[in-house]
Design a protein around this ligand. Structure first.
Ligand code: NAD
Length: 296
């Protein structure tokens, strides 16, 4: 790549680390900041530059990517004296890839515009594996010209990349994504408990189910989690709880009923209340097991 844009990457967690490394592999110079030292060491080992603060990371950047847990963290790194809006240069492009409320994205775009900073909301789907393999779905909200400018960067991170509409649209689509994923995991978890209690070979059952209409990316990606009771995240229940809150609020605001989604949101909340918030969302299986009388 001749003269690639300079990237600042804020938030090097389960998703941010492999995604930023894919940009480095694609030839982008990446300067990163996050809260955990081991993640900063990992960035340096991958060929990135470590910054000591948000302000230092973004000062010279052409493009700033944020990948942090939720709306409060996005607002904390965007606003304030050490934040992006005070320290990035006018004309920079801020791409927030975190999953947050659509209203936060709309507000951020308006506030950034006053500083001459352009914003895209660009949440992703595909999980940790999708991040590592650079096959994420990226759902984008914002201006077409900014989307076109960011397209080569998105191509280094994902496979299905779609501009969904104005600011906040990417987040609205991501909220729908999280509704579908949670309901799908819950259905798979119920099938797993039913199959096991029926004495059927679970591995054989999940293999054949995966090839029919019941097959899904969720089943393919989470099959081994179910089989091995391996609930290392992945995507934490805590984060899916946040996302079920986003989708139920957003649906209420537009008068859309989500009867099944509302039940699954309660099951996610209950799992979290039982101390399983740090587990992968495939741990919804534990909730079904408990409801079915198993001691887990
Ligand atoms: P994570 O908790 O693993 O990582 C979040 C990172 O943000 C951490 O490294 C933390 O240090 C950093 N951070 C938080 N506050 C910060 C601050 N003030 N300054 C600098 N860095 C800060 O989370 P994750 O699983 O990588 O998820 C990130 C986002 O992506 C979330 O919005 C999540 O909903 C979304 N997402 C996650 C997955 C997944 O499978 N994990 C899939 C799709 C979307």
């Amino acid at each position: 790549m001749s003269n690639p844009p300079k990237i600042a990457w804020i938030g090097l967690g389960i998703m941010g680390s492999p995604m930023s490394e894919n940009l480095i592999k694609a030839g982008y110079p990446v300067t990163g900041f996050t809260l955990e030292q081991p993640k900063l060491d990992r960035l340096a080992a991958a060929g990135g530059t470590v910054a000591g603060s948000v302000a230092e990371a973004v000062r010279d950047a052409d493009v700033i990517v944020t990948m942090v847990p939720a709306s409060p963290q996005v607002e904390a790194i965007a606003y304030g004296a050490d934040g992006i809006l005070e320290n990035a240069r006018s004309g920079a492009l801020l791409i927030d890839m975190s999953s947050i409320t659509p209203q936060t994205s709309v507000g951020l775009a308006a506030n950034a515009a006053e500083k001459g900073i352009r914003v895209l909301d660009a949440p992703v789907s595909g999980g940790e594996a999708g991040a590592v393999e650079a096959v994420l779905s990226i759902m984008v909200g914002g201006e077409r010209a900014d989307f076109d400018e960011a397209r080569p960067l998105f191509d280094a991170l994902g496979k299905t990349i779609v501009l969904c509409g104005p600011h906040g649209s990417g987040q609205t689509v991501k909220a729908a994504n999280q509704l579908i994923v949670a309901v799908n995991i819950q259905a798979c978890a119920e099938a797993v408990v039913f199959l096991e209690k029926s004495g059927v070979d679970l591995a054989a059952a999940l293999e054949v189910l995966g090839g029919g209409l019941a097959g899904s990316t969720v089943l393919a990606r989470k099959k081994d989690n179910f089989l091995n009771r391996d609930f290392k995240p992945g995507f934490r229940i805590d984060l899916h709880h946040k996302d079920m809150g986003i989708v139920t609020d957003a649906a209420r605001a537009v008068g859309a009923a989500l009867p099944v989604g509302a039940v699954v949101a309660q099951l996610v909340a209950s799992l979290r209340a039982q101390g399983d918030g740090g587990l992968d969302h495939s741990a919804l299986l534990r909730s079904v097991e408990r409801l079915s009388g198993d001691q887990v």
